[in-house]
Design a protein around this ligand. Sequence first.
Ligand code: 9D3
Length: 255
Amino acid sequence: MSWQATVVTLFPEMFPGPLGQSLAGRALENGVWSCRTEDLREHGLGRHRAVDDTPFGGGAGMVIRPDVADAALAATQADANIPCVYLTPRGRPLTQADVRRYAEGPGVMLLCGRFEGVDERFLQARGVEQVSIGDYVLSGGETAALVLLDACVRLLPGVMGSEQSGVEESFSDGLLEYPHYTRPAVWDGHEVPEVLLSGNHAAIAQWRQAKAEETTRERRPDLWSAWLARKNENRTAAVGGAAQADLRGLRRIPT
Ligand code: 9D3
């Protein structure tokens, strides 16, 4: 039983798109995952196969009708235990934890928005999760769906080889990665950091850790704060729960 992606979209020809290439493409050919589309237009109403209508309450743009969305969803015959995800700028930000959860399950059913959005009643009634891929404006949900699928597929067993998946957990550790260098040792007058040529593995590990911390502090203050908080928690935990509670100005609370 392979991991199953089903995509409801007005642009089915956008799938698998770039995911038909490289790692994901090979996995698709090997049957590790499948990618089906359901054309929302085929469920449109009337002579013009309308999928949308004007928003109640007024305002700009059009809204996808709940009856049309539901007909498309029903047509996919998606397994009831497959999570249904609507890609929308109103969604909660997609995280690696979400990606892991999706990849561990039987697959995902993705709904790609166009226009202003989808009728909220459909989303609520069918238990649809709402997910965004970040704070910038796309022209539609299709490219966001491709991002979500790429992130999931690389985690499927056998796609990346066993090395990577295990490394990922322990290694990343909530920091951005250190910078990478390869031959030539001097390029365009620019040298490689000396420590990397030293053969001193302890010194190299120390340098890389320092670089990872520096880069995270500069580029991702959000990750840096979280990492510092976690480090401090671990330190105080080592001292003892009472000390930890004391530092917080609290009574000791069972955890
Ligand atoms: C005028 C209000 N717009 C919201 C910022 C409406 C709107 C713009 C663009 C509604 C949908 C879209 C298309 N974007 C997506 O469907 C989308 C998206 C995104 O734009 N950014 C980040 N993640 C996502 S997931 C789906």
